[in-house]
Structure formats: C-alpha cells, structure tokens
Design a protein around this ligand. Structure first.
Ligand code: ADP
Ligand code: ZN
Length: 432
C-alpha cells in the first residue's frame, strides 16, 4: 500500500516545485536562526535570496560529522531548547558523540516517513511488531516505534538484550514482524531453529532490517532461516533516524523520501556531484527539519542514485544498497576492501555461515588479512574444516579482491555474537 499517494507519487514538476520552495525556506531560516550556518553561508558570499530552486543546492556548503562533534552538544540546533522535545545521541566510538534534537513537528514527520516505509513493506494494522533495535539513546527503537503506532499496528518494544525471552515473546504474542539489524536477525534465526519450539510454530512473516550494510545473499539466508520476507530500511540519526529510505515490493533499490530528505551523490575526493548510476558518497539535505536541519550532510555511505520510475508507482529517487562507508573501507596493501565484498564470497559457497571477522595485521611492513569464518553446522563430520574449502574460499577472495587473504574456518558458534551493530573488522595495524 502507498501511505501518502499525494507525496509519494508526485510528478517531477510538482516535486521540483515543492523541493525548491522548501529549500528556499530552509536557507532563509538557517541564515537568520543558525549562527553556524550563517557564518558558513557568509564565507561563501551566499545570501538567502541567491537560492532560487533546488538546482542551486550545489552552491551550498557541506556539513560533516566533525561539524557536529565540534559544536557538541547543541551548536547546530536552530530553534530554542524550549521547542526541542526529544534528544537522541549516536554511539561515537571516537571523540564526542553526536546529539540530535527534534521539535514536535520533526517527530510528526518522522512517524510519517516510517509509516510510508512500513506500508511499502506490506505491513498494516493486522501486524504485531517486535522492535529489537536499541531504545536507549539510539534512534532505531523509538523511530520505528512511532511509525508502527502510526499505521495502527501493534508494537512490542522488545529492545535489544535478552534473546531467549524475545523468542518466547515471538511465540506467545503471535509476533508477525521483526525489526532489528540483519546480523541480529541471523543470530535469532539460529536460536529459533535450535530451540525446542522452532520457527514453524511462529507467525513471523516480515522482517525490517537496517542500521548496517547487508547483501542479497544475506537476505536470502535470513528469509530461508526465518521463513519471512526481509526488507531494507535505511537511515541515520543526523538526518532523522531509520525511515530515510526504504524498499518497496519490487526490491530494486530503496526509495529515498525525497520530499523531506534531498539526496545527492558526490565524489568523496573532489566533492563534485556524480550522475545517476555512479557510486559515490550520499549527501543529504533535510528539507523540512526544524530542530537540527542540515545542509548537504556527508553521510560517508557509498551508493548510487536512480531517478527512473519504479513499478510500484512511487516517483521518489532510489538509492542502491549501501556498499559500505567510505570510512569503514579497509585499505589492505593499497587495495580498497569492503567487508560486504568478503561477505558475498563467504555466502557463495553454501558451506559457510555469515558469521565472520576480518583481522588485519602488519608484519614486516606488510599487511596481512585473515578472514575467520564459521562453517555451516550440517556440513561434514565433526567441526574440522576441510583444507579444500579453505583454499577454495581463499582463491575466490583473491579473484574478487585482488589480494591474498588467509582463511581460517572455525566451528559453528565460536565467533562472538552481538545484538547491535556487529564489529567485523579488527585492524591491528594502528595506522591512524
Ligand atoms: P552511528 O553513526 O553512530 O552508527 P546511526 O545509528 O545513525 O549512527 O547509524 C547510521 C549509519 O548506519 C548510516 O550512515 C549507515 O552507514 C548505516 N546504515 C543504516 N541503515 C543502513 C542500511 N539499511 N544499509 C546499510 N547501512 C546502513
Ligand atoms: Zn518502488
């Protein structure tokens, strides 16, 4: 179902007009209410009247996560704190965390964008959702929560934590839909399939996964193991939280909700805009945000755009799957390596599990990469990895990445599971 036909199926002329009007208002508001942006605009000699249409967006300054950190906590808010009714903060493994603030209007828009996502996945008031994203400080939990309530479905705020209890709830409450990270979905699947009452006793039919990159192979794996349809949801706290982009039933990229979040793709080196189909860094401008609006926010997420019309009838721009972040990209012996490429190889064989770690060391000034991966439970005798499987995987990795990697196949359930975002890369090189 399409939640908001008027906004989701606009003609390109209508969209252009709406985006232009929203951008003009945004730049005007920022110029007058945000000391941070006023200074940035003045440095570029831009007056609000210079921005006439959405096509002028490329004249505007970029914003980075560093800007948010430097102006921690409230420096980028552009309304008084009396208008802010919610704060969230993102992890921040290095330096200051980033704090985001929402007005009442922002929260209404967010519940609308998540409702659009959920409707596109075919969810409705008959569904009972378990939200297993964290609720504490992260945007994942509450973001989905209010969207689910908005469509009139039932929400169980499970949060992350106790998996055994979660499985019990899935059975007892007749939960039909699961929202969590894809890696946690796989973990759940394994637990469900080994527990006394396995998944066949559940009503699960739908999964909504995001917050970390995942692949088509991983989707297949999750769908098979859980017996559900799995959809992608994309978002980031700086822009709003989950619900910035979503798949529809055609699953050919994710529709970005571009009447609120305007996307561009730029070359991460030169920052020049790239055409449709070219992979680069996703940059988003929040067209309607009040609490903490951002101009041309550099997400560091690598993907491409298409403006082709989708068969579902929505006319929004679509983004490809996120191939990784420009900052989680590993450079091993000068070669760019994305964890998602390694995951793709691991899942090709059908003999390995998508539980893996990538360990990079530097010995005698030479980078060494080891991929540690679990073998599939039902394969072979005992848990001893066959040397053939090891070398087959290494050869395939070499074909795809162009560099040698040591493959270490380990018994099932030996790589530590994690309920939030999985830390797959262990870089011991200390190059920074
Ligand atoms: P943090 O930066 O602290 O992790 P968020 O929780 O807001 O904060 O994470 C947002 C990031 O998570 C995105 O920029 C992106 O890298 C990743 N992400 C979110 N959803 C997806 C998705 N569906 N596919 C791939 N990556 C995603
Ligand atoms: Zn579509």
């Amino acid at each position: 179902m399409i939640w908001n036909v008027q906004k989701e199926c606009m003609s390109s002329e209508e969209k252009h007009e709406l985006q232009s009007a929203r951008l003009r208002k945004l730049v005007n508001d920022l110029y007058h209410n945000s000391p941070f942006y006023r200074q940035k605009l003045q440095e570029l000699d831009i007056l609000p009247g210079d921005i006439r249409s959405i096509d002028d967006i490329t004249r505007l300054p970029f914003t980075t996560k560093d800007d948010l950190r430097t102006h921690y906590p409230y420096g980028l808010f552009s309304v008084p704190m009396t208008k802010i009714i919610r704060l969230h903060a993102s992890s921040g493994t290095t330096g200051n965390p980033t704090v985001v603030g929402y007005t009442r209007h922002d929260l209404t828009v967010w519940a609308e964008t998540v409702a659009r996502c959920l409707s596109a996945y075919g969810a409705d008031h008959n569904d009972i959702f378990s939200v297993a994203y964290g609720y504490g400080l992260f945007t994942g939990g509450l973001g989905l929560h209010y969207g689910i309530e908005n469509i009139g479905a039932t929400v169980v705020p499970t949060s992350s934590g106790n998996t055994a209890k979660h499985i019990r709830l899935i059975h007892d409450l007749g939960i039909t839909a699961l929202a969590c990270t894809p890696s946690y979905a796989l973990y759940m699947a394994d637990m469900l399939n080994t527990s006394a009452d396995d998944r066949h006793g559940t009503r699960l039919r739908l999964g909504i996964f995001g917050a970390e990159p995942w692949t088509e192979n991983m989707r297949r794996e999750i769908e098979e193991k859980l017996g559900i349809k799995a959809y992608n949801i994309y978002g980031l706290s700086e822009i709003m939280g989950p619900g910035v982009a979503h798949e529809c039933e055609y699953r050919n990229g994710s529709h970005i909700i571009d009447d609120h979040f305007y996307p561009e793709i730029v070359d991460p080196e030169t920052l020049r805009p790239l055409p449709d189909g070219r992979q680069g860094e996703l940059v988003i401008t929040t067209l309607t945000k009040e609490g903490m609006p951002l101009l041309r926010y550099r997400t560091k997420d690598l993907c491409s755009l298409t403006h082709e019309k989708c068969e579902c009838g929505r006319t929004s721009t679509r983004i490809s799957r996120i191939a990784g972040r420009s900052d989680d990209m590993l450079i091993v012996r000068g070669v760019n390596v994305f964890p998602s490429q390694i995951e793709g190889v691991i899942l090709e064989t059908g003999e390995l599990e998508p539980h893996y770690r990538i360990i990079v060391d530097r010995k005698d000034n030479r980078d060494e990469m080891t991929v540690e991966v679990e073998r599939r439970r039902e394969n072979g005798t005992g848990n001893v990895a066959t040397p053939e499987l090891q070398s087959k995987t290494a050869t395939r990795l070499h074909d795809i990445l162009g560099i040698n990697a040591t493959v270490r196949i380990v018994p099932p359930d030996t790589i530590q599971r994690c309920e939030g975002k999985t830390k797959r890369v262990i870089d011991n090189r200390k190059l920074h």
